[in-house]
Design a protein around this ligand. Sequence first.
Ligand SMILES: *Cc1c(COP(=O)(O)O)cnc(C)c1O
Length: 374
Amino acid sequence: MHKIQMADLFGQYQRIKGEVDEEMQEVITNTSFINGPAVKAFRKELGEFNQVNHVITCGNGTDALQLALMALDCQPGDEIILPVFTYVATAEVIALLKLTPVFVDVCPDRFTLDLEQVKARVTSKTRAIVPVHLFGQCAEMEALLAIAEKNNLKIVEDAAQSLGAQYTFSNGHTQYSGTIGDLGTTSFFPSKNLGCFGDGGAIFTNHEALGEMAWLMANHGQKVKYQHEVIGCNSRLDTLQAAVLRVKLKYLKEYEAARRSLADFYDAELAGLDGLITPKRFSDTTHVFHQYTLKVEERRDELKTYLAEAGIPAMVYYPFPLHLQKAYAQREFPVGSFPVAEQLCKEVLSLPMHTEMKEEQREYIVRKVKEFFK
Ligand SMILES: *Cc1c(COP(=O)(O)O)cnc(C)c1O
């Protein structure tokens, strides 16, 4: 049996090697390395996929979040509401722009923003909410949009883990994650659902002016070379990465189906084990399984070690909530302030999840997990 990996990037490359190599070679031959034709084509194709009017590519998913907040003209002191259980990037850009991160707890089964806490933490200084569609499932967007509308707030969706996930409103209308708020962002980090061969990211919006501003800001604030209209930065998607992404985008639905089929298998095989809870699904959102995340009562670390010794990597996303990270600690939030997130950090364990899992590998994984709980 081949070695089991958390994400099998090489296996995925091998299946599309011919196409990818050819597209990359073309970029090299044309030497159009920055904002070349493949970038333009990819922006258009991703917009068609996601059913959104404007796609602004940039250097990575963290920059995408920063650029989205910059495009909204957020000012120092503005309060931005975000979940305390997320990847650090979400809080980092808020702090870097001298905005004030306002942490709220998450729902225990959905891992996304707790709506009651969001409402409770809105003040006259609140400018925006940044829902994170964690692990591949959408936050409760309909309710969040209502809160935003009532309080005149903007929404920037962090869709780094949820590209392709669809949210269904109560009237039956569906929309892709990242295209529902004022702006949405995603990442093409290699292990993300649509990963390139390095760093990459994008911003989505249906607001033309916001889209133009984000594009300007990602390109030194210039539309015309050497004419700088606003203060920007340098954050671009390499043409080589765009060439890779154009090929992989064609397979994204297939990749999503492979992930879901592995998740269905895990669900069926691991249901009902005492002390282990499989991921909950919700009727208003599809799940694209960036991660397949279990909750393990009490024996999480023991299970992780047991699996590691059996050659199965499993990862803890995330071991600490943001308010307990040194860089983001705030005096008013000691241990115990966000009990759900704190508990999740002790219980979550993500199993190997990728598009290349072999039958014998997945059988072996569930056998070992079951063995542990015997
Ligand atoms: C990966 C990730 C990011 C950052 O993306 P990079 O491309 O690595 O900068 C932001 N938010 C979340 C939730 C992520 O998972």
